[in-house]
Design a protein around this ligand. Structure first.
Ligand SMILES: Nc1nc2c(c(=O)[nH]1)N[C@H]1C(S)=C(S)[C@@H](COP(=O)(O)O)O[C@H]1N2
Ligand SMILES: [Mo]
Length: 461
């Protein structure tokens, strides 16, 4: 499959202007195409000039145009198209690709100070995410690589009977290693889908990966320190320097209630996909707390502070890693009293093949889809896909997780009746019956929980 030429400069000005309009002011573009009066749920028949303009903008006829919902920005024109690996020419703001030793240049840089890079959905097509394709999220400066990993040490202190100082060498010598395939997901994954824009890195769905992690069970180590009855919360610290260079300021320090801390799935990790944990991912030693925001999984682990109250380090207060209890007005300031800590990450499903913008040979009547789905502390019950803007849905074949907190891969085959422009939509439902919404809902100032269903545009012919 090659890519559509969606972002190439067009001879006809209508295409160019519609592209630009959808990027700049989607609502106005929508009104131009579908008629001035667009109601939220239903707009007029997409015909005549509107249909011609929309077809030109997306690059082909739209067999299911009659089902296109009002207010929908075509996936072909969404901010993350075209897919990685394809440099659009000329692009208004093309993606900047990561250049970092040991990392794939398919990763897209969201920020360079601190360094943050996400993995486009189509690069998450492996059952086990290879190390080079794992996203990168830093809040501070990346430390120098450790020269003597076995001497790396961290402490467990606070509300414990015996304060512990452990080196990686001791950890490996005294405890049995376990290996698990676990989803690491940034708390802000999906943030870019919020309207109005929420504060922070504009992740699409790529702040996630599911590699194999090797380490020792955190609960065993905590038990050997012995919790005092006063222990209620943890506070995690890493050895990375604050962006300001101020050594007294932790870059980030988050923690969990003791019940979550003692979950037997948590690990102190020292290997990733069978190799020593790379420095960029927190090596030689990091914490891993699956199911909850990635920010809890402190890289370059230096300290686990057991506390007698809710932790109040950077990343714990006001709107940081918190979501509204009652819905708030999108774009408003928000009242901190209406916020609670984001715990389990919400259900999300992604299409990992085809890629957004793929072009498929004329006459193709059927394509195979592949994807992945996960749901924080829960499992995925089912995933449905649609190729006709949600009029009909097909249930996919969903695999079982290898172990708790693994993602679930899925496949299915869909029919595409004629040549033209299609959007493939995928939405997951978790084991509690909670389904991904059509649009990111529950707006909050820092944009957590943006788990709108994934949409991928393909052009047949
Ligand atoms: N010490 C330290 N640990 C950290 C961070 C950090 O900036 N410093 N970032 C956190 C966040 S927000 C995420 S999403 C994950 C990202 O891990 P990765 O870079 O290995 O993908 O690490 C977490 N652990
Ligand atoms: Mo994160």
């Amino acid at each position: 499959m090659s890519k559509m030429q969606m972002f190439k400069s067009h001879e006809r000005s209508v295409e160019r202007s519609l592209d630009e309009l959808y990027n700049d002011d989607a609502e106005r573009a929508d009104a131009e195409v579908f008629g001035r009066k667009v109601s939220a749920s239903r707009r007029g028949f997409l015909g005549g000039a509107g249909l011609a303009a929309m077809s030109a903008a997306v690059g082909g006829a739209i067999p299911f145009a009659a089902n296109m919902p009002g207010g929908l920005i075509p996936a072909a024109l969404a901010q993350n198209a075209p897919a990685a690996g394809e440099s659009p020419a000329p692009a208004p703001k093309g993606p900047q690709h990561l250049q970092f030793p040991g990392k794939s240049d398919g990763l897209v840089v969201l920020g360079d100070r601190p360094l943050v890079a996400e993995t486009p959905e189509n690069l998450l097509d492996d059952d086990t995410t290879p190390t080079d394709k794992l996203f990168v999220r830093n809040n501070g400066q990346i430390p120098e690589e450790s020269k003597d990993p076995d001497k790396w040490s961290f402490v467990i202190d606070g509300e414990v009977n015996n304060k512990l100082t452990l080196t990686l060498g001791e950890l490996k010598a005294k405890h049995k290693p376990v290996t698990r395939r676990l989803v690491l997901e940034c708390g802000g994954n999906g943030r870019s889908f919020f309207t109005p824009q929420a504060r922070g890195n504009q992740w699409t769905n790529g702040g996630v990966g599911c590699p194999e992690w090797t380490g020792v069970k955190l609960a065993d180590i905590i038990k050997s320190a012995g919790l005092k009855p006063s222990a209620v919360f943890s506070g995690h610290y890493g050895r990375d320097l604050h962006l300001s260079g101020d050594e007294s300021k932790p870059t980030l320090s988050r923690g969990v209630p003791i019940k979550k801390l003692m979950d037997e799935n948590n690990l102190i990790v020292f290997a990733l996909n069978g190799k020593p944990l790379p420095n960029i991912h927190g090596g030689p030693v990091r914490l891993f707390i699956p199911g909850w925001p990635g920010s809890l999984s402190a890289k370059w682990l230096s300290r686990i502070w057991i506390r007698d109250k809710e932790h109040d380090g950077p990343g714990m207060t006001e709107f940081a890693y918190r979501v509204p209890i009652k819905p708030m007005i999108p774009g408003a300031k928000g009242d901190p009293k209406n916020f609670q800590i984001l715990e389990s990450m919400p259900i999300r499903s992604i299409i990992t093949s085809p890629a957004n913008g793929d072009k498929i040979a004329a006459g193709t009547k059927e394509i195979k889809l592949r994807g992945a789905a996960w749901a924080g502390d829960f499992t995925v019950d089912h995933v449905d896909v649609s190729t006709d803007f949600g009029a009909t849905w097909t249930r996919v074949k969903l695999s079982k997780p290898k172990n708790k907190y693994d993602w679930q891969r899925w496949t299915t085959t869909v029919k595409l009746p004629t040549d033209g422009y299609y959007e493939i939509w995928a939405r997951g439902t978790d084991s509690k019956g909670v389904m991904q919404p059509h649009m990111a809902g529950f707006w909050n100032p820092q944009g957590y929980g943006g788990n709108a269903m994934h949409r991928v545009a393909v052009l047949v012919g």
